[in-house]
Design a protein around this ligand. Structure first.
Ligand code: UDP
Ligand code: MG
Length: 321
């Protein structure tokens, strides 16, 4: 069986089309399937519509989360309930076309355990495109694992990879595409053209995207911490040399660029140095703080999603465990 996990957050404009296109392309998948829609605390009619799908069609299951936990957490929730031998992750706004899925599944059947999508053309604004590009290059540069360039969450994973993600990687900050790369196994990228969102506004605001980018960078790298050390040396060593120079300048009283030590009050140098160094130190404190915040979040061990209800045909049971 194939499980398709789709996080849904206020997608009422897209759901009917999503349903239609999924059902229409399902014969090309060559296997029995289940669609797991994860309602990530939608405030519009999404949940009611998903209940309708589950009533109408036994392939459609809905997991209602107790509130909005975010895209990555919603995906994790879906993975937990997926029973398939292969599990697909895709977006609910039809940016990842269901019609393309059979190509990914073919690769899985060839024996690849992770088949991830690589976006060829992004039909997004110039600024967003540039930001993504910079982010992926930066991530590739600083992270200890190799996260494929321009790969998103859209992928097919073998059930053993899903098992690894769920049970061997218990971290709270879930940057799924990073965890997936970390898991290893036999991976391959398949190119596809990422469509524009079918309708509605992106649910990711710019600040949420920045947050996701920071998660990606910090969860898979301690480079920023090391950068603080490098920066410290970079500033400390010249300062030390400068100190020695000033001592000799004062003692030997020679002129440099027309200045003798007597007529250089040095206020500007001091002020600039002070502000610069304070800035650098605050940035470094911030970086350390980011990591401490993450440690704090990890040690609390709070669930990163809470399932309120599991909706299937003929079975609507609230979770009371
Ligand atoms: N989404 C979600 N929870 C959120 C934000 C988004 O489940 O807090 C879902 C959303 O409904 C969509 C998918 O995640 O199916 C991707 O969201 P979006 O299209 O806004 O992101 P983008 O395509 O811009 O990365
Ligand atoms: Mg989208």
């Amino acid at each position: 069986m194939i499980s398709i996990v789709i996080p849904i957050y206020n997608e009422e404009e897209n759901l009917n089309l999503l349903y239609e296109r999924l059902v229409k392309s399902s014969p090309t998948w060559g296997d029995d399937y289940e669609i797991i829609l994860v309602d990530d605390g939608s405030a519009d009619r999404s949940l009611a519509m998903m209940r309708g799908f589950s009533d109408r069609n036994e392939h459609f299951k809905t997991i209602k989360l107790s509130r909005n936990f975010g895209h990555q957490a919603a995906i994790s929730a879906g993975l937990k309930y997926a029973k398939g031998d292969a599990v697909v992750i895709m977006d609910g706004d039809l940016q990842d076309p269901p019609e393309e899925l059979y190509r990914f599944l073919a690769k899985w059947r060839e024996g690849y355990e992770v088949v991830y999508a690589i976006r060829t053309k992004r039909k997004e604004g110039f600024f967003k495109k540039a930001a993504y590009k910079i982010f992926y290059r930066l991530l590739g540069w600083v992270s200890e694992i190799e996260i494929p360039l321009d790969s998103g969450d859209f992928c097919v994973m073998d059930k053993k990879v899903v098992h690894t993600l769920l049970h061997k990687m218990p971290e709270q900050n879930r940057f799924v595409r990073g965890l997936r790369a970390y898991a290893g196994y036999k991976q391959i990228g398949v190119q596809y053209e990422r469509d524009q969102r079918a309708a509605g506004e992106p649910k990711f605001t710019f600040s949420k995207l920045v947050e996701l980018a920071i998660d990606g960078l910090l969860d898979f790298s301690t480079f920023p911490l090391r950068m603080a050390t490098y920066l410290g040396f970079l500033i400390a060593i010249p300062s030390f040399l400068m100190g020695i120079f000033f001592v000799f300048h004062r003692l030997l009283d020679f002129k440099v660029l027309g200045y003798s030590p007597q007529d250089t009050p040095g206020l500007a140098t001091l002020a600039v140095g002070l502000f610069f160094l304070s800035g650098v130190m605050l940035i470094i404190l911030g970086i350390i703080g980011e990591y401490i915040g993450r440690i704090y979040k990890e040690v609390k061990r709070r669930p990163f999603f809470i399932v309120d209800e599991l909706i299937e045909r003929d079975k609507q049971e609230p979770i009371l465990k």
